[in-house]
Design a protein. Structure first.
Length: 186
């Protein structure tokens, strides 16, 4: 019988949420490049899309960091796990700062021509966006390194979020599923 899975707790949301900022923040520069290639009036919708994707990605980055912090409170600690977890948390904090700054810069690049009531020109439609993409590469490095440290926690050290038990699932069946054993289908 199909049913909705149990609602995850705040500390178990991290694995679900973390993929949103990664995808969004890697997607935004593609729209900036499209915008820079097109002539000024045709590129503006792509720049608006890039800005919205970047703002959404940055917002979900902060949400993912909050759920990650809650999940880290429950993680089994010791040895190398502590070092990688600390590196992951530090990188996540730095990544938040970098993308908050990048979001502010792109917002300014988008709004300044409107505030100054300037006609679209190649400075704001091509040259600044291309320079911004070069700067954005620094943010991507932070993002990828943060994700790599998180991936190490999961795939190298077996750190996983605590998943709530479904109402019709016995705790023993839940333990078998989370330990990697196959469940019986009735």
């Amino acid at each position: 019988m199909l049913q909705f899975p149990p609602l995850p707790t705040w500390d178990s949301l991290h694995p679900l949420i973390i993929h949103f900022p990664i995808v969004l923040l890697l997607l935004s520069p593609l729209f900036i490049l499209i915008s820079a290639i097109l002539p000024p009036p045709k590129g503006k919708p792509y720049m608006m899309a890039a800005l919205l994707i970047l703002l959404l990605g940055t917002g979900t980055l902060f949400l993912a960091a909050a759920t990650g912090h809650a999940a880290s409170e429950l993680a089994e600690r010791g040895g190398a796990v502590d070092a990688v977890l600390e590196a992951h948390e530090d990188l996540a904090s730095e990544t938040q700062i970098v993308f908050a700054g990048l979001s502010t810069i792109l917002l300014g690049m988008y709004l300044i021509p409107m505030v100054l009531r300037r006609q679209e020109n190649r400075l704001f439609s091509t040259f600044l966006p291309l320079a911004f993409v070069a700067l954005y590469a620094v943010g991507v490095l932070f993002l990828v390194n943060t994700a790599h440290a998180g991936g190490r926690l999961v795939h190298e050290f077996g750190v996983h979020a605590v998943v709530p038990v479904a109402a019709d699932q016995s705790p023993a069946a839940h333990d078998r599923l989370t330990s990697g054993e196959e469940a019986e289908v009735h």
